[in-house]
Write a protein that binds this ligand. Sequence first.
Ligand SMILES: [Zn+2]
Length: 359
Amino acid sequence: MRTIYNCHAHIFTNQCVPEQFLPFGLIRFLSQQKFSQKLGRLLNRLNPRSNDDIFDRYAAFMNIGNYQSQQEIFNLLSGFYPQTTKYVLLSVDFDFMDAGKSPKSLLSQIEELAELKKDEHYRERIYPFICVDPRRKNIGDLVKEYIEEHHFAGIKMYPPLGFYPFDRGLDEVYEYAQSNKIPIISHCSKGGIKTHAKMSKQIKSHPKTGVEFKNEDEVKLSFAHPDNYRYVLDRYPDVKIDLAHLGGGPEVKNYLVTPWYEETEKSWFSAIIDLIRESNNIFSDVSYTMHEYELLPVLSVILSDPKVRTRILYGSDFYMVEMDKSERAFSMNLRSYIGEDNFWQIAETNPEEFLNITA
Ligand SMILES: [Zn+2]
């Protein structure tokens, strides 16, 4: 029996998300209103020609965030896969994004995951990752505690929430990760959530390249840029990092439509592929990005490169991807397109290497 590993999934409830942060804040507000359950349907009727359109998908997404516990959300996720499937569960630290307080802090989010990891019904099926932010005090100690005492399997990072991955506040984390072969998954696309803080006052130019930023958005985008990891790799050449999402759908499209000359900036997708080729332990994952049919051919082609083939991980970005595709549609579309050999390479072989699982 083979094992599918979904290397990128989230099960935090909307209680973990700050109030000013849309769409989650909106979801929590709506969930308190009587009409919320029917909202998706209602909106859907405004566009009678659609079947499975954006409003239905949003309704699905909203409903999941409203579940009471991470355990319930996990049960929903695991219902889409064979029983033997295993899951990397990524916590997210929303505490420093300047969007207000959330009912549950990162600490209670990870405590809940630790409880799940203790439960014999879940223990073997889940790989919780602890989210790090250099602005959190004693982050190195927290990582050690959760990995050594609570059996977390790795480290999650979300730079667009307001820091560079080469921030020296993360040195202890990288040092520990490199010497213990602990895998790191870092958000690496232009989309997703971003800090609400006014960063342009604090940061006027890129701290390494010196390139000046024109506006707030440029600062926030620069946090997630794949080339930032070159500075991390200079100091920690063997650290194992999954630069998630292959740079994101728009950047894979950018790669498809833009010719490349020496002086033009590469797409984030190309920047990630280059890093994979040049370094020891850089991975990427297909989560969210590969829900778009038109991008699947690119995935098929890059999997023919012998090095890249060993560095791509299957993951869905549950339940964020619910905004665009159901979990089962995501995995079925991808698996049928790339074929069984490629599928097991990215859904079993590569994850076992990434997670240090020996058969
Ligand atoms: Zn994610």
